[in-house]
Design a protein around this ligand. Sequence first.
Ligand SMILES: Nc1ncnc2c1ncn2[C@@H]1O[C@H](COP(=O)(O)OP(=O)(O)OP(=O)(O)O)[C@@H](O)[C@H]1O
Length: 252
Amino acid sequence: MEPILKVNHLKKVFHQRGKRDVFAVENISFSLQPGEILGIVGESGSGKSTVAKLITRLVDPTEGEIILDGQDITHLKGTALKDAYGKLQMVFQNPVGSFDPRRTLGDGIGESLRNKGMSKVERRKKAAELLEQCGLDASYADRYPHQVSGGQCQRAAIARALAVDPKVLICDEATSALDVTVQKRIIELLRRLKEEKNLSYLFICHNLALVQEFCDRVLVMKDGGIVEEGTPDDVICNPQDEYTKMLVEAVL
Ligand SMILES: Nc1ncnc2c1ncn2[C@@H]1O[C@H](COP(=O)(O)OP(=O)(O)OP(=O)(O)O)[C@@H](O)[C@H]1O
């Protein structure tokens, strides 16, 4: 099967004026299959978020290529990049901060549909539908981000990500700010949506237990590189790499 996302020899060096360069991501390659949930773990600073930002082109790679659904998107710009990004969306750790505080959740969810030429009425209808798919009553469309709980806001953020019918969701610590029960419900929601919409997830998470429960495969990152890769049972229960062993022991 053709991977839905493929990353080849990706590298990112941050140049900082008057300071040493930061080698955040060094020559990493991996692929994500359709319908797969691929976890990325690693200690703080190992480069996980930079990988997400490179794939979503929030930052430009120093070297390497990013192939999304067969298309090389590494150097796309402007409208071409926007079009390609209909297939890929991101869900962040802090849902409240990811919405404009002066606009309702419904407006936030409908924003990306405006570019598709949808009328205001159609956008409202679609936002309500998406909220319901994500387990929230349609009336939440009229609430502001500060008027909902963290879990509800994350559901709205997932609804917003789904508005453009993506194929891949990148979840960067998407459940880390939520308490354990809410986290569990968001995971259940992501599981259900994956089946219903045939999504693939890149799931960046420092919680190894959650990765073990949720992911099909996991990459372990250290100092910008991948040091181990395999099923969560293999990597977490039987780590081969010394760093992975240390990471697993640290949470036991
Ligand atoms: N814009 C930037 N400029 C300079 N250095 C950066 C920049 N963004 C990230 N870095 C550095 O790149 C390295 C990787 O950071 P990154 O945020 O990808 O790590 P992470 O594994 O996601 O960490 P965490 O789990 O704490 O979020 C770190 O040393 C970080 O300080």
